[in-house]
Design a protein around this ligand. Structure first.
Ligand code: URA
Length: 243
């Protein structure tokens, strides 16, 4: 038996709080009866609907995926380009990416059918650390990297403190590899941060997501997250600790 608001949130309809509001507003039915009681528990066989739309209850699945470049972080594309779910032909659950990586960015992406887990991990308040390696067109001076560390002004506001490390610099080719760790998740954030200090990101890869990395996977491959990893991620996102 699970609480009604949890069932609705897990199905990816909305956050738990939003689900609670819907229950209070009388939009939720269980076996055809309106239920306004927040504590109500339902079993797997109970039929739950929100405004007449059935809430599907699948087993929750969690994957760590190595997204290749040239793939859209979506479940479908109207222009028929490759999407991340194309790499999961054997998975029957309706999975989707947790957050997104740009079309041209490769690296670690979590995939799940657990909407509540996804909401938790992408909530702006408690975002886990994400580490990227960027190849940029030039060799930045130390003070420029410092700027990235303390925060740069973007059109949607100043970025939060980041960790930045130069991994290598090629003077002849005039390019450098920079590792950057951020915990925000704004649109094209890393690319825009480098633009703000005058460089273009030529290649971008997400190497780590919280305590997870891509070890053992090639681009296009995935593995299931262990129950322990899922639990740790949830705790991290809930408490904002271990950042
Ligand atoms: N920052 C970017 O610029 N792109 C991504 O895909 C992820 C982070």
């Amino acid at each position: 038996m699970e609480r009604l608001q949890k069932v609705i949130a897990q199905a990816g309809f909305a956050s738990r709080r939003k689900a609670e509001q819907w229950i209070k507003d009388g939009k939720v039915t269980v076996n055809g009866q309106v239920v306004k009681e927040l504590g109500t528990k339902v079993s797997a066989s109970d039929k739950v609907e929100v405004s007449g739309i059935p809430v599907e209850r699948q087993e929750k699945v969690y994957f760590l995926f190595y997204k290749p470049r040239g793939v859209i972080s979506a479940v479908s594309d109207d222009k028929n380009r490759k999407v991340v779910t194309d790499y999961f032909p054997l998975v029957e659950e309706r999975i989707f990416p947790v957050g997104r990586l740009d079309y041209d960015t490769s690296g670690l992406l979590i995939m799940t059918n657990d909407g509540e887990f996804s909401n938790l991990l992408t909530h702006p308040r408690y975002q886990v650390e994400k580490t990227y390696v960027a190849r940029i067109n030039g060799i930045p001076k130390r003070h420029m990297l410092k700027q990235l560390e303390t925060g740069v002004e973007l059109e949607d506001g100043k970025t939060a403190p980041a960790k930045v490390k130069e991994l290598s610099a090629d003077k002849r080719k005039q390019r450098a590899l920079i590792e950057i760790t951020i915990h925000e998740g704004r649109n094209r954030q890393v690319r825009r941060m480098f633009e703000a200090i005058g460089f273009e990101v030529q290649k971008l890869k997400r190497e780590r997501y919280a305590f997870l990395d891509l070890k053992g996977l090639n681009a296009g491959e995935y593995r299931e997250l262990t129950a322990h990893e899922v639990k740790r991620l949830r705790t991290l996102a809930e408490t904002g600790s271990l950042r």
